[in-house]
Structure formats: structure tokens, C-alpha cells
Design a protein. Structure first.
Length: 342
């Protein structure tokens, strides 16, 4: 990196991988290589980004002069690919969720803590200007409650429809909302979840390859005493988004309401005052890559608020929610994390 340019390899060149290549390039990094098992994905990546392509991850890691890699493969491969990159002395940005296994989550945490490399998780919403502005208000907030919902339909990507591949909507998608809840209100102490297959349990749904929970309800308590709840569903239809917001969440403080519509706009309502609006004018994914590039160049982890050592707890929290739904028990997050120690 003598020239101050960060050379990136991409493990995974599918739809999301190519979106990340574009964001990385706009952030000033140089995508130089990509690996994937799909010839179509590799052709598209080569055509759009002029990267050298590989069908074998190890060949790319051994054959290219890289500074960091971006991992956007199916979830079951994330930890394997991050560890391979660490063994080659590379920094990593990996898509969420990092893993569906608490044992894997803990093994990777051990590896990251034993390395001098920077591992960042793709929780891009922490880089939203609206989220950052609200976080600055939190020390004086006297927070009482977090409440949110995420409404959606059958995922358009076929393998996302299978719980065995993604962990369900709370793990694959709504993990973003849990991450912001932690970012704003602090750690979650206990969690209880109840899920149902009703609403997506017809022959038509099964014919579309839907093998998942349909709707999700999760209640939790923060270590500071505040409470929270998040509800989500795959039972609806995408056109509904033209009529009402599909993602919303509130932070309730003493005589204050902070309402987010999505992750890039928030309004603050205070007793006796005019509402204040916070908006993000820059793509948070671009902001994430700019921070990642600077962290790689300067070796300063403080530039990235989504290092694995922190993001680990968002992953553990949603896995604990699934554990609660399967067992019917209230799960203590720290105890659950200890139970998966390698």
C-alpha cells in the first residue's frame, strides 16, 4: 500500500458482491480480483469492473497481491472464507450474518482477537448520517423502549427462502435492526421470541421453495433496563411498500419519540418543541467502505464502528432469538454466548 491505494479481492461475485464492488470503487479502493463458482457472475464482474476472475478462492488469495478481501458468499461459507483471508494476512469486510452457529461465531472471535488484522461486518446502517445524529442524542435520552417492525414478502433470491440457508428473517434481514438497537441503546441482556409458519404455509408457498418461518415476534430487555420488541414477516407482498413504509422503528425516551422510517431518515418529537428531522444524503454502504479503506490504510480500528469484536454481539443476539423460538425459553445473551465456546 505504498501508493495509498487499497487493492481488494472479492470472495463472491453475485448480485451483492457486485454492489459491493461498485461501492468499493466509489470509495477509492481498487477491485482487482473476484472468485465465485458461477461463470455468469464472474463474466459480469469482469465486464463491469475489469477484475481478474477465479473459480477457486485459494488460487485468488495466493496469486494476487491484495490488501483486503470482501466476503459475500452464502452464509454457511462466511467463516471459512474469513479465516482463509486472515491466514493470508488480509483485512476483511464480511457480509452479515457472519454465521448461523454460535460455535463458529466464537471460533472466529478467537481468531480475530489473536490477529492483527481488521475484520469488519457489513452493518452499513451504522454509517447512516441519520443514525449517527440520533446516537449523539442518546446520552441525554433516558431511553425506555425500542419498538420496530420489518414487513416483507417471499425473498426474491431462491436460497434466501430456506431457513437452513439463512436462519430465517430475523437472522438474515432484521439483524440490521437489532444491530441499530444495540448501537443506540446498548447491549441486550435477555430475549424471548415466538415464530410461526402460518401465513406462508400453502402449497403455492411450498411450490416457490419457501421453507421458513413466516412471521416473527421478539421481545427483549437491555442491560440498562430499557425494553424492546421487534416484529417481522415474510407473509406480505412487495407492492405494499408503495402505500406505507415496510421498515420502521421507534426509540422512546422520557417525553421524546425518535421515529425512523427506514434507516436514513428520523424525526425527533419533543414535548413543547418543533419536530427535528435527520436525513442521510450519502449511501451508507459508500460510507462504510470509505471508513474501511481508511482503517486499512491507517490501521486504526476506531474508524469503523462495525468491527467483528462488536458485531459479534448482534449475530449472537439473533441466534439467541432463534434459540428462544425453538425452545420456548427466555435466553440470557451472555450465557448463550458462553455455551458455544470452542
Amino acid at each position: 500500500m505504498a501508493s495509498g491505494v487499497v487493492r481488494l479481492g472479492f470472495i463472491g461475485a453475485g448480485r451483492r458482491g457486485r454492489e459491493l464492488m461498485d461501492a468499493a470503487r466509489r470509495a477509492g479502493a481498487v477491485p482487482v480480483a473476484a472468485s465465485d463458482v458461477s461463470d455468469d457472475a464472474l463474466r459480469e464482474a469482469s465486464s463491469r469492473f475489469n477484475v481478474k476472475v477465479y473459480r477457486d478462492v485459494d488460487a485468488m488469495l495466493s496469486g494476487e497481491r491484495l490488501d483486503a478481501v470482501v466476503v459475500s458468499t452464502p452464509v454457511r461459507m462466511h467463516v471459512t472464507h474469513v479465516i482463509k483471508a486472515l491466514e493470508h494476512g488480509l483485512d476483511v469486510l464480511v457480509e452479515k450474518p457472519v454465521t448461523l452457529s454460535i460455535v463458529e461465531a466464537n471460533e472466529l472471535l478467537k481468531r480475530v482477537r489473536g490477529s492483527d488484522r481488521i475484520v469488519v461486518v457489513g452493518f452499513q446502517n451504522r454509517y447512516s448520517d441519520a443514525v449517527k445524529a440520533v446516537r449523539e442524542l442518546m446520552p441525554s435520552c433516558n431511553s425506555s423502549m425500542f419498538a420496530g417492525y420489518w414487513y416483507w414478502t417471499i425473498p426474491p433470491i431462491p436460497w434466501f427462502r430456506r431457513r437452513s440457508e439463512t436462519g430465517g428473517q430475523v437472522v438474515e434481514q432484521v439483524i440490521h435492526m437489532f444491530d441499530i438497537a444495540r448501537f443506540l441503546l446498548g447491549e441486550i441482556e435477555t430475549i424471548y421470541a415466538s415464530y410461526t409458519e402460518r401465513g406462508r404455509d400453502t402449497e403455492e408457498d411450498r411450490g416457490l421453495g419457501f421453507e421458513n418461518w413466516a412471521s416473527y415476534s421478539v421481545a427483549f430487555r437491555f442491560t440498562n433496563g430499557a425494553v424492546g420488541s421487534i416484529h417481522s414477516t415474510y407473509a406480505l407482498y412487495p407492492e405494499l411498500g408503495k402505500e406505507l413504509p415496510l421498515v420502521m422503528f421507534d426509540v422512546v425516551c422520557r417525553e421524546e419519540l425518535i421515529r425512523f422510517t427506514g434507516f436514513n431518515e428520523a424525526k425527533l418529537y419533543r414535548r413543547g418543541g418543533e419536530p427535528l428531522t435527520f436525513k442521510s444524503n450519502v449511501d451508507p454502504t459508500l460510507g462504510m467502505f470509505k471508513s474501511f479503506v481508511q482503517a486499512v490504510l491507517t490501521r486504526d480500528k476506531k474508524l469503523v464502528p462495525t468491527v467483528y469484536e462488536d458485531a459479534y454481539w448482534s449475530n449472537v443476539t439473533v441466534l439467541a432469538a432463534n434459540e428462544s423460538a425453538l425452545t420456548g425459553r427466555v435466553i440470557n445473551i451472555k450465557d448463550y454466548a458462553k455455551g458455544g465456546s470452542p
